[in-house]
Ligand binder design. Structure first.
Ligand SMILES: [Zn+2]
Length: 317
């Protein structure tokens, strides 16, 4: 029997945790579903990645309300993916902040990505009708680095290199040594790499490690607390990305077609990574992008709902 497309068969609700990591940082995590980060400053709250819909974001807002009555003024988008950004309107923020590279991706492929992501993983878009028409637009963009002061709390937004997308932004609290990585780092969850830069990603992870975070909130999976857990999360993501790209490059340079490279790469990776959530969902997209990067496409091609289905049929059919 062929596999159900992407995550259309994944219907099981996950348990949410809201974990305090430092004086100012909280992690909203859900057993491998997309995470949201929260920074509580002296005078305002910042939310990092919004959840997929305003109805889902309402649960984040409820949790924040249980620990502070300060207003949510800022939303930061770690990258452009729909599942991270479409809940933004619920927070009624004064500002939505993203890298210029992330805004460029929203302009170039935001609409296609929205249709594609909703089709791939309906459960993650609970009450999708609550998403306002159109896209989530940043009101402030930056290049490379930006610092916000929430009172005396320093919040750095950093582009440490390309990886999961070209616009990846991490949020770093130097005083608390807490880092919010977006999908650059995953834990017990498979990195999605359909829009990735495989060549660059490992160095970007080394740049995160160089900050020496004490806690790290990954894009998916439990919050990592303590330097040993942080190192484990970084190493696991780096190993997955490196092994997948090495496998695909070897097949491509031997002249193998994508379908064969896909089969062999899945076989190679499954014993180590097959237990991570969304492994079966991600691998066809990840291998397709890696094959593109290893052959003729330095930049990721745009995924549309139609291209998703064609790719799936050609690799899994
Ligand atoms: Zn993503």
């Amino acid at each position: 029997m062929s596999k159900a497309f992407a995550s259309q068969a994944d219907l099981e609700e996950k348990q949410v945790s809201f974990t305090q990591l430092s004086d100012h940082a909280y992690a909203y995590t859900a057993e491998g579903d997309p995470n949201t980060g929260v920074v509580i400053g002296d005078d305002a709250v910042m939310v990092i990645d919004t959840q997929a819909t305003p109805v889902m974001a309402a649960d984040v807002i409820r949790r924040i309300g249980e620990v502070t009555d300060k207003p949510i003024k800022y939303v930061v988008l770690s990258h452009y993916h729909a599942v991270r950004v479409l809940g933004a309107s619920a927070y009624k923020p004064q500002h939505i902040i993203a890298s210029q590279d992330t805004r460029d991706l929203i302009v170039e492929r935001g609409e296609q990505d929205k249709a594609s992501e909703i089709g791939r993983f309906p459960r993650l878009f609970r009450n999708v009708e609550s998403v306002p028409p159109g896209l989530t637009w940043p009101t402030i963009t930056f290049k490379g680095e930006m610092t916000l002061w929430l009172g005396k709390v320093e919040v750095k937004l950093l582009q440490l290199g390309r990886g999961h997308t070209k616009g990846d932004t991490v949020v770093w609290l130097p005083q608390d040594r807490v880092l919010f990585s977006g999908d650059l780092v995953e834990y017990d969850a498979t990195p999605y790499a359909g829009d990735a830069y495989f060549q660059d990603w490992p160095q970007t992870l080394d740049n995160i490690a160089a900050l020496k975070p004490r806690s790290l909130v990954p894009g998916r999976g439990a919050a990592l607390q303590g330097e040993a857990e942080v190192a484990k999360g970084l190493a696991g993501t780096k190993a997955f990305v490196s092994e997948l790209f090495a496998s695909v490059k070897a097949g491509a340079s031997a002249g193998q077609d994508l379908r064969r490279v896909y089969r062999e790469t899945v076989e190679r990776l499954k014993p180590t990574y097959g237990g991570w959530v969304i492994f079966d969902h991600c691998l066809p997209f990840d291998v397709t992008r890696a094959y593109d990067e290893a052959t003729q496409y330095p930049d990721p091609r745009i995924w549309t709902a139609e291209r998703d289905q064609q790719m799936w049929a050609s690799l899994e059919g």
